[in-house]
Design a protein around this ligand. Structure first.
Ligand SMILES: Nc1ncnc2c1ncn2[C@@H]1O[C@H](COP(=O)(O)OP(=O)(O)OP(=O)(O)O)[C@@H](O)[C@H]1O
Ligand SMILES: [Mg+2]
Length: 270
C-alpha cells in the first residue's frame, strides 16, 4: 500500500482490507514498514512492555541482517478480541528504529532484506499486505517494493494526492527493471470521497486518467466518521457505532475488487 503523499489513508486501507480478508475466512499477514507504527497500534499488535525490548521484537531488528525466513521470529496476532480477526490476522510490528535502516542502504542487496526474511513464512498466508511510509525514494520503500508483487495506491480526490500517485506510477515505470521486474500497480483506491463535491468529481476524473479507468477500484471509500475514529479507537471497523458497518461493507467490496484484480493480473487476463 503506497502513496508518496502522507495521510491519504494508506494505513486505514490496509486495516480495512486485512479485516475484510479475515471476515472472508482468509489468513492474512500485515507487515508494518512504517516507523510511525500506526498499523501496529491500530491492529493492537503487542510489543514487549519494556521499551528497551521493543526494537528487538520488531521488523526493524529483523531487517538489520536477516536470515532466510527470519520474519517468523517477530510475528504476533492482531489484538482484537473477536477470534475472526485475532486468529486470522498476523502482524509484523514496526518500531521507530525502522528509520535507521536508511543508514545501511549502501550494503550489497540491502533492499532485498524483507524478501529474504519473508521466505518460507509468507507461504502460510493467503494474502500479505505491506503498509509503506509516505515516501518515494527512501530505502524503506526500496525494501518494501522489492518484496511486493503488486502496489495498491490509496488516493484522496485532492490535487497533491493525485500528483503523488502519479509520481509512484512514474517511479515504477522507471525503476521496475532494477528494483523488482515483477512489480505491478494493481490499482488505485479513491479514499475520503464526498460524491456531492464538485471538486472531488473533478479530481476523480484526474485519478481515472492517471492509468485509465480499469486501474481504479469502482468502489469509493467515503469520508466516514468510523474511519476517522480508527486513529483513536483501534478496533474492527464493524464495532464502530456511528457508521462502522457502512465502512466495513465498503472495504468488503474493495477487497473483493482487489482479489479479483490481482487474480486477473496473475493469470494474465487483466
Ligand atoms: N475515508 C476516511 N474518512 C475519514 N477519515 C479518514 C478516512 N481515511 C483516512 N482517514 C483519517 O485520515 C488520517 C490519515 O489516515 P491514515 O493514517 O490511514 O493515512 P496514511 O496515508 O497511512 O498516513 P501516513 O502517510 O502518515 O502513513 C487518519 O486520522 C484517518 O483516521
Ligand atoms: Mg500510514
Amino acid at each position: 500500500m503506497a502513496n508518496h503523499k502522507g495521510g491519504v489513508g494508506k494505513t486505514g486501507t490496509v486495516q480495512g482490507i486485512v479485516t475484510a480478508a479475515a471476515e472472508a475466512g482468509h489468513r492474512v499477514l500485515a507487515v508494518d514498514m512504517d516507523a510511525q507504527g500506526n498499523l501496529t497500534r491500530r491492529l493492537r499488535a503487542r510489543l514487549p512492555e519494556a521499551p528497551e525490548d521493543r526494537a528487538a521484537a520488531s521488523l526493524a531488528s529483523v531487517l538489520q541482517r536477516p536470515a532466510l525466513g527470519e520474519l517468523g521470529r517477530i510475528l504476533v496476532p492482531c489484538g482484537y478480541d473477536d477470534p475472526v480477526y485475532r486468529d486470522r490476522i498476523t502482524v509484523a510490528p514496526a518500531h521507530l528504529d525502522l528509520e535507521l535502516l536508511s543508514l545501511t542502504a549502501g550494503a550489497a542487496a540491502s533492499e532485498k532484506r524483507l524478501l529474504r526474511a519473508m521466505q518460507g513464512v509468507v507461504e502460510n498466508f493467503d494474502l500479505v499486505v505491506i503498509d509503506c511510509p509516505p515516501n518515494l525514494l527512501s530505502h524503506q520503500i526500496d525494501i518494501a517494493w522489492s518484496a511486493a508483487d503488486f502496489l495498491i495506491l490509496p488516493c484522496e480526490p485532492g490535487y497533491d494526492s493525485v500528483e503523488a500517485a502519479r509520481r509512484i506510477h512514474e517511479r515504477v515505470e522507471r525503476d521496475r527493471h532494477t528494483l523488482n521486474p515483477d512489480l505491478t500497480i494493481a490499482g488505485i483506491i479513491v479514499n475520503r470521497f464526498r460524491p456531492n463535491l464538485r471538486i472531488h468529481q473533478r479530481r476523480e476524473t484526474d485519478i481515472l486518467n492517471i492509468r485509465g479507468e480499469e486501474h481504479v477500484c469502482p468502489v469509493r471509500i467515503h469520508e466516514l466518521v468510523a474511519l476517522k475514529n480508527q486513529e483513536e479507537l483501534a478496533q474492527p471497523l464493524r464495532a464502530d457505532r456511528i457508521d462502522g458497518v457502512k465502512a466495513a461493507d465498503q472495504f468488503r467490496d474493495v477487497y473483493a475488487w482487489v482479489t479479483k484484480r490481482i487474480n486477473a493480473l496473475m493469470e494474465g487476463t487483466a
